[in-house]
Design a binder for this molecule. Sequence first.
Ligand SMILES: [Mg+2]
Length: 345
Amino acid sequence: MKLSFEIVELQTKHAFNIARQVGPPSRRLVWVRVRDSDGVEGWGEASPQPFYGETADTVTAILPRLAEALEEAAGGDPFALERIDDAVHHALAHNGSARVAISAAMHDLVGKRLGVPVWKLWGLDPAAAPRSSFTIGIDELEVMRAKVREAAAYPILKIKVGTPRDREILSMIREEAPGKTIRVDANTGWSAKQTIAVMPMFQEFGVEFVEQPLPAHDLAGLRLVRENSPLPIIADESVENATDVAKLAGVVDGVNIKLSKCGSLREAIRIIHAARAHNMKVMLGCMIESTLGIAAAVQITPLVDYVDLDGAALLAHDPFAGPGIEADGTVRFNSEPGLGVRRRE
Ligand SMILES: [Mg+2]
């Protein structure tokens, strides 16, 4: 198994700001390729997040170590996906984006060897995939209005909140999109008291649910919010892997999975099963990613309740083509084997 990688620099269409940070205008992602002894190649992408201690440079620094773990675990058998997953995880517990690049590449490779898309390998039904939301980042009101108009075809909007202007922003959204489903994400921006205080306003604007209002580790605060909230609470920053789900049972109503956090497609499926065992909702989100990163998440969308995979739609130029999100939020699946992604010329 031969692993190679290169850094790809991507520009976003607009600045992408959230409650805790101003987004940089460009992102450095890492394109990972794994080639087996027959020359079959699988691709994956790392979208490193500084919030989780990763940059493109940390990813490229550790990939050789993960390549060794992969080689040792596979022992010439690319189908040993569980063993490979375990070995990569044991080589490095964190660094989810670096690990998921390998996980995605191995599933792509196995799908290509068998001649079937990964979603099909898992027996999933594309018709079961919910439509994706489109995210509106924090900006000047008129810039946000322009983004909402640009997203006219999307029936579901996710609005980044956690500013002193939230009421003004939501009023503008309702002016522009009176009938759309609206979800909000505070990205750890508030305290429990603040969250409980803004809930009636969200209810007034017909918000469907609130994502991660509190800091990741404030589980007592999240529980208090849930007990006093008329709207469902979905954890994002508070959940990285399946063991986190058990801690969040009774604390929140659902979890937002991101491949870059959990580090593997197989762990994402374990999170889904853990959440279902606790009767929790499941959302599948993403970072700013190209179609290569989004394609890996698309494969498991039939298993979740809410899809938020607009990462590639936020890019000015996407170096990859393949499955993803249509302009109306519908999930587009690949009929080609593996992840079904190709490099654009
Ligand atoms: Mg979020």
